[in-house]
Design a protein around this ligand. Structure first.
Ligand code: SAM
Length: 208
């Protein structure tokens, strides 16, 4: 029988912490705190500078060890959220697993299957439906299923929404999001502003 307290582990697989990942991790930490869960960011390089805003959230823990070492004694307690898994996550998985593992990777289009780096480690895998989600969305949906006991199919989603920077500029986000009470996709706080900065950065870099 799994413990009722849940841990969401994001194994950091990118060499750096980009602005967008930082926003996603902050959203995961805040929501885990509110839900009485823990959020562990694992496999961090020793030189990694954890942002103060994350360190200030009690539910958050930074780990240089990887998930294999952390759960060496009991791998069966860990569920890998894997877009290629054979079965979908169900509320009953909340009784089977204590820890839920995600790839700390920015989404890509088309998906490059970097979750395979975690699949090789041999954890039990579950899918969150057929559409790629951002990491914070994947954690949000997992929490709704295993803590909130809501079946995957009863969650309201928005696929590939348009993110508006202002009245002239927008971009389509190639991911699935949870639909918020206001009918808008739930995204990390500050995303459009940060996205605007990234957009300008890319545009300016592209200028010869
Ligand atoms: N394109 C990525 C890849 O290379 O695997 C997907 C990365 S996704 C942005 C980050 C993480 O969220 C994945 O490693 C996985 O743990 C989780 N995830 C996202 N969508 C998922 C889905 N439909 N089913 C299961 N897990 C998902």
């Amino acid at each position: 029988m799994a413990s009722s307290s849940k841990t969401y582990i994001v194994e950091h697989l990118d060499p750096e912490l980009g602005a967008w990942s930082e926003l996603e991790y902050l959203a995961i930490a805040r929501e885990s705190q509110d839900a009485g869960a823990k959020f562990c960011l694992s496999s961090l390089p020793p030189s990694f500078k954890v942002p103060d805003a994350l360190n200030e959230i009690p539910a958050f823990k930074a780990e240089t060890r990887g998930v294999e070492e952390l759960y060496a004694a009991d791998k069966s307690r860990v569920c890998l959220l894997d877009p290629a898994a054979a079965s979908d996550l169900s509320p009953e998985d909340g009784d089977k697993f204590d820890a839920f593992l995600f790839g700390g990777i920015l989404g890509d289009d088309p998906p490059r299957d970097r979750t395979s780096e975690l699949r090789k480690k041999g954890f039990d895998g579950r899918r969150l439906g057929p559409v790629q989600m951002t990491t914070d969305t994947a954690v949000r949906v997992t929490r709704l299923v295993v803590q909130g006991k809501t079946p995957l199919k009863e969650i309201s989603y928005l696929d590939h929404p348009e993110l508006k920077f202002n009245e002239h500029e927008s971009t389509e986000m190639p991911f699935r999001y949870v639909k918020g009470k206001d009918g808008e996709p739930i995204m990390p706080e500050d995303s459009p502003k940060r996205c605007m900065n990234l957009f300008f950065h890319i545009t300016m870099d592209g200028v010869p």
